[in-house]
Design a protein around this ligand. Structure first.
Ligand SMILES: Nc1ncnc2c1ncn2[C@@H]1O[C@H](COP(=O)(O)OP(=O)(O)OP(=O)(O)O)[C@@H](O)[C@H]1O
Ligand SMILES: [Mg+2]
Length: 234
């Protein structure tokens, strides 16, 4: 089966070379643990190193914010936008009353964009910010599943983020997000230490240990050879 390299140095070593093509992976963690940077890097390095067209869907943060964030790593995003290798789109979900209808329309729009640039990579940052519009756990699970399923039909490899309160055992906010996706990656920030754990990766013999992670001016890096003790993440 084809693997999609993540663009995060060190991570592919933990997951047999990358995400399974067409799969969906949840990146979960507390505020400031690196979910947005991880997602941007997946899209940016996808374009830069692998020539993969990618779409970055932001829900809460403005397109401008994502843009500033990327340029702070000296990533020349404009170049890839001009080449139609990167697209940044802000999902238009603001009204709880019309959410169901709007959500379907937005899924349609994402599908069109994927086809338009023949996207191989997709990011949805974050699931937490649109799940707040839904009224029950089963509603959240149903809608997330619908989204994941539609993306799977398109063959795109999707990274979604979920905000947690930062605990080592937390991989979702609503208790359902991590069941809907094929993979789950936990990011941790216990100042000054950062860590990454592959919690699940369907179809993959993944490394089961937490590993040290750093954020530098070049982006996120994971050390596949060093491990962090589970107790250190308490
Ligand atoms: N250029 C950089 N070099 C080193 N560290 C950086 C750099 N830019 C950002 N950071 C670190 O990354 C953190 C933000 O990461 P990111 O925005 O990806 O977090 P997040 O998990 O998406 O948070 P939230 O849940 O609030 O959206 C910052 O708080 C900062 O510590
Ligand atoms: Mg973020």
């Amino acid at each position: 089966m084809e693997r999609v390299p993540t663009g995060i140095p060190g991570l592919d070593d933990l997951i047999q070379g990358g995400f399974l093509q067409g799969s969906s992976v949840l990146v979960a963690g507390g505020s400031g643990c690196g979910k947005t940077i991880f997602s941007m890097q997946y899209i940016y390095k996808g374009a830069e190193l692998y020539n993969d067209p990618g779409i970055y869907i932001t829900i809460e943060e403005g397109v401008q914010n994502i843009w500033w964030n990327m340029t702070s790593f000296n990533w020349d995003i404009v170049k890839y936008q001009q080449q139609n290798l990167i697209k940044i789109y802000r999902m238009n979900l603001v009204n709880p009353e019309t959410f169901a209808k709007d959500f379907d329309a937005e899924i349609g729009r994402i599908k069109d964009m994927v086809k338009e640039i023949n996207a191989k990579r997709l990011v949805i940052d974050s699931t937490t910010s649109f799940a707040i519009f839904m009224s029950s756990q089963s509603d959240i699970r149903f809608n997330l599943f619908k989204l994941v399923d539609e993306m799977k039909k398109l063959g795109v490899t999707t990274v979604m983020t979920a905000e947690t309160f930062g605990g080592r055992d937390e991989f979702s906010r609503f208790g359902v997000e991590d069941f809907v996706t094929d993979g789950v990656i936990g990011l941790y920030f216990k100042p000054p230490m950062r860590a990454l754990l592959v919690k699940k990766m369907r179809g993959t013999a993944n490394d089961p240990r937490p590993h040290p992670m750093v954020i530098t001016s070049g982006g996120i890096q994971v050390d596949p050879n060093e491990q962090i003790l589970w107790d250190a993440l308490k």
